[in-house]
Design a protein around this ligand. Structure first.
Ligand code: A2P
Length: 306
């Protein structure tokens, strides 16, 4: 198997104390018009900044919302994964994009709106925004990316880095296998669906699996979650997972991480965990925190959960 060589990346060219101003190039909704959720694809024009050519797919940028929090202090930076490849959105190095869900929550009969996500979602082309970054030094494609197969697990906006990575891989002649397993509540929440359907029809090694959690149940009554595909699509996934040159990337809700770990353990796919550590004999008896304390990702497993 080829050695996994992670690229050297630039970190924190801009910091919360020394932000950079970008402008909004485009901001459009990517959830279907009948969805009660609002997810947007937002592209920043970073022309003239030191971010040009220095943001790698898998990395994040920080957004500084204007104004103060309820304690009268300036808002903190919020991190967003970039959804554009290394070459920039649409191949333009002066543009980088991200994928943002408006956070709306009701608590004690009041509606709470996420500060940064709603600020970003409301911005119009030409508006200015303060950015930091880039950040993230491990959740990256290897430099020798075309030597590996990939299984990408995403829920919701966790798809952002995979939009970038899939574009990156196929732009550089990738011809091994890549599976994207995407989870969301309803079909109306599928993100970048038509583009992904196209990639699947054009690239024989690409598979796009959808886990729709709230429309129907699996035969045993459980929800269709990304990790249940490891069982339900075993004939596709297991042979790939057994190959020593397959890498797993996980991005999205924290809960899926231990769900995936439990499935990998059940199928005795131990190569994704750090060798030399005892593996749990009965993972079902451990809670999520205990499981994550025992298992550390090997070099073939990349995790970004929140
Ligand atoms: P559900 O909420 O039906 O339980 P979004 O970010 O768009 O809300 O999507 C998140 C998706 O991840 C939903 O389909 C959600 O299902 C699913 N999900 C929730 N908890 C877990 C978990 N522990 N493991 C995997 N998927 C999960």
């Amino acid at each position: 198997m080829s050695e996994i060589i992670l690229p050297q990346v630039e970190l924190n060219i801009y910091t919360p104390k020394d932000t950079v101003t970008a402008t909004i190039a485009e901001n459009y909704i990517v959830t279907s018009s009948s969805s009660p959720n609002f997810v947007r694809h937002i592209t920043f024009d970073i022309s003239g900044t030191d971010l040009v050519g220095r943001v790698k797919c898998g990395q994040a940028i920080g957004v500084l919302p204007p104004g103060m929090n309820e304690k009268g202090r300036p808002h903190k930076i919020r991190l967003y994964s970039v959804s554009s490849p290394d070459e920039g959105e649409g191949g333009d190095p002066t543009k980088i994009s991200t994928t943002v869900k408006r956070v709306l929550e009701e608590w004690e009969s009041k509606l709470y709106t996420g500060v940064a996500s709603n600020y970003l979602a409301d911005l119009q082309p030409g508006d200015e925004v303060k950015l930091t970054g880039p950040s993230g030094r491990r959740f990256l494609l290897p430099e020798n990316a075309n030597d590996f197969n990939y299984i990408f697990f995403a829920t919701g906006t966790g798809i952002a880095p995979f939009r970038a990575m899939i574009q990156q891989l196929y732009a550089s002649g990738f011809d091994k296998s890549c599976v994207l397993i995407f989870g969301c509540p309803y079909r109306t929440d599928l993100l970048y669906e038509s583009w992904l359907d196209n990639v699947e029809s054009e690239q024989s090694g690409f598979h796009y699996l959808k886990s729709i959690s709230r429309e129907g149940r699996r035969p045993d009554g459980s929800k269709d979650y990304v990790q249940t595909k490891l069982t339900d699509e075993e004939s596709l996934l297991r042979p790939l997972l057994e190959k020593p040159d397959t890498l797993i990337y996980i991005c999205g809700l924290q809960g899926m991480e231990d769900g995936i770990y439990r499935e990998l353990l059940r199928q005795r796919l131990h190569g994704y965990f750090e060798p030399g550590r005892p593996l749990p004999e009965d993972p079902g008896a451990l809670d999520s925190a205990e499981l994550k304390r025992m298992l550390k990702p090997s070099s073939r497993l990349f995790v970004e959960v929140y």
